[in-house]
Design a protein around this ligand. Structure first.
Ligand SMILES: [Zn+2]
Ligand SMILES: [Zn+2]
Length: 118
């Protein structure tokens, strides 16, 4: 089961993103919001697809939003989390902290859960 989150920033940026995969594709799909350095946008990358690349422009310059470089203030609560692989303990997490906004470039972006899907 995956999670749908919204990302909002005080500059007006507003987007919807998915974390994880659905029932039928969870073995080969793990969507996670990533920042594309070329598009300067948040894009969905399938983290199972290595090397990571931007689905829009194809650039390998994408950073998943659980990377410390994109985290301003680590939150104290998980908004969404996803185990990429049941055999590994790599857990992807979005917290209620602040993240880098692709629009204004400040660490003022926040994620919120809007829906669960499966
Ligand atoms: Zn791109
Ligand atoms: Zn912003």
């Amino acid at each position: 089961m995956g999670t749908e989150v919204t990302a909002k920033c005080e500059c007006g940026f507003n987007g919807k993103f998915a974390v994880g995969g659905g029932m039928d594709n969870y073995t080969d799909t793990c969507l996670f919001p990533c920042l594309c350095g070329k598009c300067r946008q948040i894009v969905h990358s399938n983290l199972f697809q290595k090397p990571l690349h931007c689905p829009k422009c194809g650039s390998p310059d994408v950073i998943p939003y659980d990377d410390p470089r994109l985290v301003g203030n680590p939150g104290n609560q998980n908004v969404a989390s996803w185990y990429m692989d049941l055999k590994s303990d790599h857990e992807l997490v979005l917290t209620n902290g602040t993240y880098l906004c692709p629009n204004c470039g400040k660490m003022t972006l926040r994620f919120r859960v809007t829906a669960l899907f499966d």
